[in-house]
Design a protein around this ligand. Structure first.
Ligand SMILES: *Cc1c(COP(=O)(O)O)cnc(C)c1O
Length: 496
């Protein structure tokens, strides 16, 4: 399998290069040159497998430089860090409605599905390319990626990781998870600004020729663990395939029946993986994009206008507080018939004017629906699902549940539906407890305890343990100082 850039179809990469580079030299995203197909026979085979085998199988269709055994070894190691036997259980909440719980990994959010595996893929990719440089992972996080990347890369030989998070844009729990991070190769800094400021700062460093040259002198190359990295996206395709298999093997659907997926969406990585699974042949009815009050995607899918000149809202679902959904570029590339010139034009416009417009007539978007939920809708979904289904939703998943309820009411669509559940409710204990119990608790520790008592839902050990850990990372910087901070961290490391 070869890979190409969304901004230049003639710029070709191998899978290993895609994973090591993260982003194309021309600023485009790296995408597979075609979609491998899962036919009926293959789907039958996949149904017989456990999750690590399914993941290895899907990955091997894209990463032919790796043997199936290598990939299986990485998948087994990665998913052994998850609680329970099944890393991503499919839980039935109502007839025809399922939660795909992707948060049983080390940091209790769906990012673990990919970030426990990515370090193995990255280190092996470098080895295959004969690259002996040290890898510097730079991450901008809206909350969950940062912690998951820190856990994935901590003490991985030949790597160094720096995470920037928006100081006021993450939950108390997310912040505590990051500032208490252990490991000899990890650095964390708060940025005064929102997620887009952090992401813009990191993107600027990645494409800064001086920074690249100066790091090279030190034997260091940068790479990204953000959801634009192919090594993040590829493992995510697997759980869409696996959820389909689980519905077949449990007798909920017949092989070949279409199902819907509802995905709480921020940077568009998760739902894009669902789209890729669909393009590989998984029978999908609708892919439903759920946004919070930052509903730029809803507007785009309804009007073709993507305009970042708008208010930015801080919500209870911070991992979706995003105005520039990076992975949308990969979708636009596909739905415009891989028109790289058009993509270049759109993204030039985004850079210059903060907006672009696509004629929806020219784009094949029929598989998608888009909706959004405000804070009140989100609280209501948490309360209702607990009251009616005895199921506790985190605020991100609640956005999806709310959008789905509205969709189902409006369309009367009775297709079997999977809501992609992206975080443990305990990660957002205050907002969840306040919604289900109609309370006003703003102390995280108390909210965790009260949520346990009130709902009886099990709380992950790692969350209970957090309060005993010392804070190790106190840095807070202005967004203009991100580059300086990178070099300070790198030099500090050399002195050790
Ligand atoms: C990252 C994240 C999302 C958004 O996923 P994208 O791939 O960025 O669209 C949703 N919910 C949670 C809990 C997340 O951590």
């Amino acid at each position: 399998m070869k890979y190409i850039s969304t901004r230049n179809r003639n710029r070709v990469y191998t899978g290993a290069e895609a994973i090591v580079k993260g982003i194309s030299d021309d600023g485009g995203l790296i995408v597979p040159s075609s979609f491998p197909i899962i036919d009926g026979a293959k789907l039958d085979e996949l149904c017989e497998m456990d999750y690590p085998e399914r993941a290895a199988e899907v990955l091997s269709m894209y990463l032919d430089e790796f043997t199936r055994d290598e990939l299986l070894d990485y998948a087994r190691k990665a998913y052994s860090r998850f609680d329970g036997d099944d890393p991503c259980p499919l839980v039935k909440v109502e007839d025809g409605l399922f939660m795909l719980e992707l948060w049983h990994g080390p940091t209790y959010a769906f990012k673990d599905m990919a970030l426990t595996l990515l370090p193995y893929l990255m280190v092996a990719s470098k080895r295959k390319l004969g690259d002996t440089s040290k890898t510097l992972i730079l991450v901008a996080t809206s909350g969950d990626t940062g912690k998951a990347a820190l856990e994935g890369f901590k003490d991985v030989e030949g790597t160094e990781i720096i995470v920037f998070y928006p100081v006021k844009g993450v939950s108390a729990m997310q912040k505590l998870q990051m500032t208490t991070q252990e490991g000899g190769n990890v650095h964390v800094a708060g940025i005064k600004g929102n997620f887009d400021d952090a992401q813009t700062a990191v993107k600027a460093i990645f494409t800064d020729p001086d920074a690249i040259a100066e790091l090279k002198k030190k034997g260091i190359e940068m790479s990204s663990a953000n959801s634009i990295n192919w090594g993040r996206l590829a493992p995510q395709i697997a759980y869409y395939v696996s959820a389909y298999c689980d519905l077949v093997t449990s007798g909920e659907i017949e092989c070949g029946d279409k199902i819907n997926f509802v995905v709480p969406t921020g940077n568009f990585g998760n739902i894009l993986a669902g789209y890729y699974a669909y393009r590989m042949g998984i029978p999908v009815g609708k892919l439903i994009i759920a946004s919070n009050a930052n509903n730029i995607l809803t507007d785009f899918f309804n009007t073709g206008k993507y305009d970042t000149n708008r208010n930015f809202f801080k919500t209870m679902s911070p991992s979706m507080d995003i105005l520039v959904s990076s992975n949308l570029e990969r979708l636009l590339f596909e739905v415009t018939g891989r028109d790289d010139a058009k993509i270049r034009g759109l993204y030039d416009s985004l850079k210059k004017y903060g907006k672009f417009e696509l004629d929806l007539e020219d784009a094949d978007l029929g598989i998608f629906e888009a909706g959004w939920a405000d804070e009140e809708d989100t609280r209501e979904a948490m309360a209702n699902f607990f009251d009616l289904d005895d199921y506790v939703l985190d605020p991100h998943t609640a956005v999806a549940a709310s959008v789905y309820s509205e969709y189902a009411d409006e369309t009367q669509d009775e297709t079997t539906t999977v809501i992609v559940s992206t975080a443990s409710p305990y990660k957002f204990a205050c907002d969840v407890y306040n919604a289900v119990a109609d309370a006003h608790e703003d102390d995280v520790e108390k909210a965790v305890n009260k949520l346990m008592l009130f709902t009886g839902a099990e709380c992950p050990e790692g969350i209970l343990r957090l309060k005993h850990l010392p804070v190790r990372h106190n840095n807070v910087i202005a967004k203009e100082d991100a580059k300086r901070a990178v070099f300070a961290f790198v030099d500090e490391e050399k002195k050790d």
